[in-house]
Design a protein around this ligand. Structure first.
Ligand code: AHR
Length: 501
C-alpha cells in the first residue's frame, strides 16, 4: 500500500495563484465565438463577452489570462485593434487557418474581458516583427496616467483611466515562430526592448517575461541567461521577472500527435509518462537559472502547456480544436501537482488554451457551452491557489505501465490555507484502485471537510453538447479515518481532492 506522509508543520513554499493561469490566442474559435461574440450577438453577452463562459471561468477562479498569442503575438500590431471597429484593419491570420482577422477584439476588449473575469492581465508583446517604439507605445497606451500622445489616444478611444498590466511578455517563442533567433540575438533584443517597457505606476509594476526555451532546449536557457546577465548583474533583477518554458504532450510525437479520444492502454501510459517529463524539464532549466539567480528572484513561467492531439475530424486543421477525456484530466492533475511542488521557482503557468483550442477547459458550439474534464480539475485544484505548499512524500508506490513508459501509480501535492489542508491525488492506473494511507506529522484529530473526484468508468469518457456531464466533479466518499490516519481508496484513472481540518 502507498503511504503519504505529510508534515503539516513545515510549509516549504507559497503557491502563486498564477500557476493556475490560462492562455487565449487569436487562434481558431478561442477568442471569436469562444469568448467574444460581439455586442449584437443573440448569445447572451455583456459588452460582447459571452456570459456563460465568463460565469464558468469565474467559478473556476481563473487568476490570470495571457493574450494575444502565441505565434500570433509576434505578428500582432496593437494599433490595428483600437478605435472605431468598423474602421479597424482586416488581415489574414497566416499562422492559424488563414482566416480573416477583423481586429474587433483588441486591447480594450481584452481589458474588458479580464475586468469581467476579475483576473490579472498578461499581455504578450511583439518583438519578432514589431519595433521597440511600437512595444513601448503599447505599454504607454495601456498604463500611463498623464498627458502623453498614447494616453490621450486611449482617452479618445473611450478609456479615461489606465489599466493594470500585470505581466508583459517580450516576444513569444523567438527561437521559432517569433523570429527564428539564436539565444544571444534574442537576449540582446530582450535587453533592448524591455528597457522601454516602462513602469509608469509604482503601485503596479509590470512583471516582464523573457522568452525561454522550448521543451529541453537547455542551450537556449543558458544563452539567454548568460547574455542578459552579462555586464548588468546588479540590474538583472529589475529587468527580468520571469522566463518562460513551453511544453506540449503529443503521445505519438510532434508529427503524428495522436487522437484525443481513441487510444489504447499503452498510449494512455505514454501520454502520462510524457506529462510527467515536465518535472525533469523544470528541474534542469531551474538548475541553469540557479547559476545566475541563486536567490530565485526570476520565476519560471510555464506559459504554454497541455496536450496537443490531432484535431477533431472535419474541423479546420489550423484551428487546433480537440476533445478532452479523462486522460486530459489526469494530465492536468499530474502537471498541476508538479507545478505546486516546484513553487519555489514556478511562479506562473498558463494551460493552452482557454476555449476551443488544444487542452481547453471550455468548448462551445453556437450558443451551447460545455465544461471539459480539465475544467473540473482546475475547479477542484483552485483551493491550492495562494496556499502554502506543505512538505509531503509518497512511499511504497508501484510503478505501472509498459516498460518504456512506466509511471508511478499515484502522484500528489499538499497545501494549506486558512487552516484547511488540501490534498490532491491522482491514480494513473487504467484499471486498478490504489490504496493510500495518509499520515500527518502531529495532527491526530481531524475531519474531512470536503472531498471530490473527477473520473469515469471509461477512461475515454468525455463531455459532448448532447451529454455535457459524462465527466464531472462529484463528491468523493472513498476514505475513512482510522487511528489518526486517513485511509483513501482512489478509483482507477481518477483525480481526487480531499480537504482536512
Ligand atoms: O498554442 C499554440 C501555439 O503553440 C502557440 O501559438 C505557440 O506559441 C506554440 O507553438
Amino acid at each position: 500500500m502507498a503511504k503519504l506522509v505529510i508534515n503539516e508543520t513545515n510549509a516549504t513554499g507559497h503557491i502563486e495563484p498564477e500557476i493556475y493561469g490560462h492562455f487565449s490566442e487569436h487562434l481558431g474559435r478561442c477568442i471569436y465565438e469562444g469568448l467574444y461574440v460581439g455586442e449584437n450577438s443573440d448569445i447572451p453577452n455583456v459588452n460582447g463577452m459571452r456570459t456563460d463562459v465568463v460565469e464558468a471561468l469565474k467559478e473556476m477562479q481563473i487568476p490570470v489570462l495571457r493574450w494575444p498569442g502565441g505565434c500570433f503575438a509576434d505578428e500582432y500590431h496593437w494599433k490595428d485593434g483600437i478605435g472605431d471597429k468598423s474602421k479597424r484593419k482586416k488581415m489574414i491570420n497566416t499562422h492559424w487557418g488563414g482566416v480573416v482577422e477583423d481586429n474587433s477584439f483588441g486591447t480594450h476588449e481584452f481589458m474588458e474581458l479580464t475586468r469581467q473575469l476579475g483576473c490579472k492581465t498578461y499581455i504578450n508583446g511583439n518583438l519578432g516583427s514589431g519595433t521597440v517604439q511600437e512595444m513601448s507605445e503599447w505599454v504607454e497606451y495601456m498604463t500611463f496616467n498623464g498627458v502623453s500622445p498614447m494616453a490621450d489616444l486611449r482617452k479618445e478611444n473611450g478609456h479615461e483611466e489606465p489599466w493594470n498590466v500585470d505581466y508583459f511578455g517580450v516576444g513569444n517563442e523567438n527561437w521559432g515562430c517569433g523570429g527564428n533567433m539564436t539565444p544571444e540575438f534574442y537576449a540582446n533584443n530582450y535587453r533592448r526592448y524591455q528597457t522601454y517597457v516602462r513602469h509608469y505606476d509604482d503601485a503596479h509594476p509590470i512583471k516582464k517575461v523573457c522568452c525561454g526555451a522550448n521543451v529541453d532546449d537547455y542551450h537556449w536557457t543558458e544563452g539567454v541567461m548568460k547574455t542578459c546577465y552579462d555586464h548588468v548583474p546588479e540590474a538583472f533583477h529589475g529587468f527580468m521577472d520571469l522566463i518562460s518554458l513551453h511544453y506540449y504532450v503529443h503521445p505519438d510525437g510532434w508529427e503524428k500527435k495522436g487522437s484525443a479520444t481513441e487510444f489504447d492502454d499503452d498510449t494512455w501510459y505514454r501520454t502520462l509518462n510524457k506529462a510527467l517529463f515536465i518535472d525533469e524539464l523544470i528541474r534542469k532549466h531551474s538548475a541553469i537559472i540557479d547559476q545566475y539567480d541563486p536567490e530565485k528572484k526570476v520565476g519560471l513561467s510555464v506559459d504554454e502547456w497541455g496536450t496537443w492531439f490531432t484535431c477533431e475530424p472535419g474541423t479546420n486543421p489550423g484551428f487546433l480544436y480537440q476533445q478532452n477525456t479523462v486522460r486530459d484530466a489526469l494530465v492536468a492533475g499530474i502537471s498541476l501537482n508538479i507545478f505546486n511542488k516546484h513553487c519555489d521557482r514556478v511562479k506562473m503557468a498558463c494551460i493552452a488554451q482557454l476555449v476551443n483550442v488544444l487542452q481547453s477547459v471550455i468548448l462551445t458550439d453556437g450558443e451551447k457551452m460545455i465544461k471539459t474534464p480539465t475544467y473540473h480539475v482546475f475547479h477542484m485544484y483552485r483551493h491550492h491557489q495562494d496556499a502554502d505548499l506543505l512538505e509531503s512524500a509518497l512511499t511504497g508506490v508501484d510503478t505501472i505501465g509498459p516498460k518504456e513508459w512506466e509511471v508511478p501509480a499515484v502522484t500528489e501535492s499538499v497545501s494549506k490555507k486558512d487552516g484547511i489542508i488540501t490534498i490532491t491525488l491522482n491514480n494513473l492506473s487504467t484499471k486498478d484502485c490504489e490504496e493510500v494511507e495518509v499520515q500527518f506529522a502531529d495532527l491526530k484529530a481531524f475531519e474531512v471537510c470536503e472531498a471530490n473526484v473527477v473520473t469515469a468508468d471509461d477512461m475515454h469518457a468525455y463531455n459532448t453538447f448532447e451529454a455535457p456531464e459524462n465527466v464531472k466533479e462529484v463528491a468523493f466518499d472513498g476514505y475513512k479515518i482510522c487511528d489518526g490516519k486517513l485511509m483513501v481508496t482512489l478509483p482507477a484513472s481518477s483525480v481526487v481532492e480531499i480537504r482536512i481540518k
